[in-house]
Design a binder for this molecule. Structure first.
Ligand SMILES: [Zn+2]
Length: 129
């Protein structure tokens, strides 16, 4: 999914769990689930990074840096860092299971604008508390 949708779903999971450790674990799981849902990606790396950081900043600003929602959002988006940073690639493949296992990350289906709208709606709810 697009980065802001990962942040939003992870934040919602963390807000519901109200546990920091749980939020981080659930965030990683939700990243895998999100990648398995057929979706379109946004071809702009800059937009992906900026929108993800903006969503995380909004969470940290309103709920606090160590709030489960903020941690969950960060944990859910974090696996995509390996798309932009020089992480190790054992066997020439990426590390996170949904990026490593062929056929897990699925293209097509939910358009980027719908993910963006959904992310905005979920974030608005989480930010309101
Ligand atoms: Zn991913």
């Amino acid at each position: 999914m697009i980065v802001s949708a990962h942040v939003a779903t992870g934040a919602a999971g963390g807000a519901l769990l109200r546990s920091r450790v749980g939020a981080v674990v659930l965030g990683a799981v939700l990243h895998g689930v999100g990648d398995a849902i057929p979706h379109r990606d946004i071809p702009s790396r800059r937009f992906e990074i900026c929108s993800g950081l903006a969503a995380l900043a909004a969470l940290a600003w309103t709920r606090g840096l160590l709030d489960p929602a903020t941690l969950g959002g960060a944990a859910c988006a974090a696996p995509d860092l390996e798309h932009v940073l020089p992480f190790p690639r054992p066997g020439e493949r990426k590390l996170f299971p949904s990026h490593r296992v062929e056929g897990w990350h699925r293209s097509g289906g939910i358009p980027a604008w719908a993910q963006l709208a959904g992310a905005g709606a979920i974030l608005a709810l989480v930010l309101r508390g």
